[in-house]
Design a protein around this ligand. Structure first.
Ligand SMILES: [Fe+2]
Ligand SMILES: [Fe+2]
Length: 188
């Protein structure tokens, strides 16, 4: 059986693509039911990807010794906090409000909802690991700066994993959600 978690999934399962043939991705923006709220939601996804890229590249530059420790720690604290707070808020709102609204409008979404909610659990666990590791690096900047480099080293892999998870989750989420919004003229 194919594993559908974010570590193993390479595409959205065909069985969940029940409307995508009628609403191909390249026609979303021009569709008359494409509401500003959909644009805003996709825009939030875009900003999460950008922040993931920024954190990964800042970490890489620091580990290549192209950035001073102070500069790196300031960037890590700022962008790490911004991304993690915004993603947690976004997931909570989707799980509690957005997905139930979509499932009520179209019960075929329920299987996709299960997949997306388990993605959120997997993503949140990764974000918790990143938070613990980042906070340790930030504290060491004051307590023992020589240890920051070694503590930050595993973050390179964590942020690459985060980029991969976000890419898979956000792409599949849009493919599952946008056709339903357009089909049922929701939030227009
Ligand atoms: Fe989302
Ligand atoms: Fe999500």
């Amino acid at each position: 059986m194919t594993q559908l978690d974010l570590t193993h999934r390479t595409d959205l399962p065909e069985a969940l693509r029940f409307l995508s043939g009628d609403y191909p991705r390249d026609g979303w923006m021009g569709h008359p039911h494409f509401a500003r709220s959909i644009q805003n939601w996709l825009g939030a996804h875009h900003s999460f990807r950008q922040m993931g890229d920024v954190l990964a590249s800042k970490t890489q530059r620091y580990l290549n010794r192209d950035t001073e420790t102070d500069t790196y720690i300031n960037g890590l604290a700022y962008y790490g906090d911004l991304l993690i707070r915004n993603l947690h808020g976004h997931h909570t709102w989707e799980d509690r409000s957005y997905f139930p609204e979509l499932a009520a409008a179209d019960h075929r979404f329920e299987r996709g909802q299960d997949l997306l909610e388990s993605d959120h659990v997997e993503l949140d666990a990764l974000l918790d690991r990143i938070t613990i590791r980042s906070n340790r690096a930030i504290q060491l900047q004051t307590l023992d700066p020589k240890q920051v480099y070694e503590t930050a080293a595993p973050l390179e892999h964590d942020f690459e994993t985060l980029k991969k998870f976000l890419n898979r989750h956000l792409s599949d989420e849009a493919d599952l959600v946008v056709p339903i919004l357009l089909h049922h003229k929701m939030r227009a």
